[in-house]
Design a protein around this ligand. Structure first.
Ligand code: ATP
Ligand code: MG
Length: 312
């Protein structure tokens, strides 16, 4: 089973308008609402890849029912902990005149110690041997910084495979439990290891440091420049594809979905990075948080070349 964890989900409200005027009344042309949060976004892409997954995390307040309704509509399995406080909404303002995207993200609800304990107990009972667990995204301010360290330990004790995609303190603590794969972008890796710059050499060396600490595979996304994959087998590089960029939101989540897909299909490290690069490109070529399809990815995959920089 694939389990995706979203500790701070959000209803993404995308408002499209022609010309955003700060400080005055703006009229929306279209408004749409989509359930979101990184783990949920990974599940949406996996659904398009014919892989079923179970979404979990915290939900509460008025938006909880909208989430449950949307999960049902999308045929996404879900098992969330009900909390007292309100799940957040994030506002995305798309200005079609000036081609800008402006995001306003709420911090997310306070989660009590009791609610966290209920979640941890549920997570323990959910994970089992050979599951693939995706821990992805930020958390609300009430959550301890070492939450991913804790969840990784639990999942690994159950012999599940863990993929971690997080930033800052969450990543810093999370890696201490040696998740099987991490997917930082170049800036997140720079922050994690205090790198002086993000030259390719520095990034590869930094990933090797993490590998020596026991993280088997490190996939580093480089935005439009593509990605690097440092594993126990070698160092691989794919250049980014030239695609019309509609929205870069969710490109990293598509990459994480690609890692899950590649694991299930026994892809080599090289094929995994190629597939992940194509998924990232497919995602940026789509509007908003729309999930890419297998057909779109396979079309782009033909163009992805992979350079083997080192083999061990
Ligand atoms: N402008 C672009 N053109 C082509 N491909 C892109 C572009 N931006 C991102 N990608 C693809 O998507 C992958 C992931 O992108 P990125 O490095 O921006 O992830 P991220 O910073 O983790 O994003 P997220 O906001 O989803 O967390 C890249 O490795 C690349 O393959
Ligand atoms: Mg990311």
């Amino acid at each position: 089973m694939v389990i995706t964890v979203t500790l701070n989900p959000a209803m993404d409200k995308t408002i499209t308008l022609k010309g955003l005027n700060i400080g005055s009344v703006n009229r929306a042309i279209t408004v749409r609402e989509d359930i979101g949060g990184k783990g949920i976004n990974v599940s949406k892409v996996l659904k398009n890849f014919n892989i079923s997954s179970l979404c979990t995390g915290f939900l509460g307040g008025e938006l909880e029912n909208s989430f449950i309704h949307d999960f049902k509509k999308r045929k996404l399995n879900n098992d969330f902990i009900h909390i007292q406080n309100e799940t957040r909404a994030n506002i995305k303002i798309v200005d079609s005149l000036n081609h800008t995207n402006t995001d306003i993200n709420e911090p997310g609800p306070y989660i009590s110690k009791e609610e966290l304990k209920i979640f941890i107990d549920k997570f323990k009972s959910m994970c089992s041997k050979e599951d693939i667990v995706v821990l992805s995204g930020g958390v609300s301010p009430s959550m301890p910084d070492d939450i991913y360290l804790h969840l990784t330990k639990i999942a690994k004790e159950k012999e599940a495979f863990v993929i971690l995609d997080a930033d800052g303190e969450l990543l810093k603590h999370g890696i201490k439990a040696c998740p099987d794969v991490i997917k930082p972008n170049n800036h997140e890796l720079q922050k994690l290891l205090n790198l002086s710059d993000i030259s390719e050499e520095n990034i590869i060396n930094a990933a090797k440091v993490l590998k020596n600490k026991g993280i088997a595979k490190i996939m580093i996304s480089l935005g439009e420049k593509g990605g690097l994959f440092v594993t126990e087998n070698g160092v691989y590089k794919c250049k980014g594809l030239k695609v019309p960029v509609k929205s870069t939101v969710g490109a990293g989540d598509s990459m994480v979905s690609a890692i899950v897909y590649s694991l299930i299909n026994n892809y080599s490290d090289k094929e995994t990075l190629r597939f992940a690069t194509a998924c990232g490109a497919a995602s940026v070529a789509l509007d908003g948080t729309q999930a890419c399809t297998l057909q779109q990815v396979h079309e782009l995959l033909k163009e992805v070349k992979c350079e083997i920089k080192e083999e061990f």
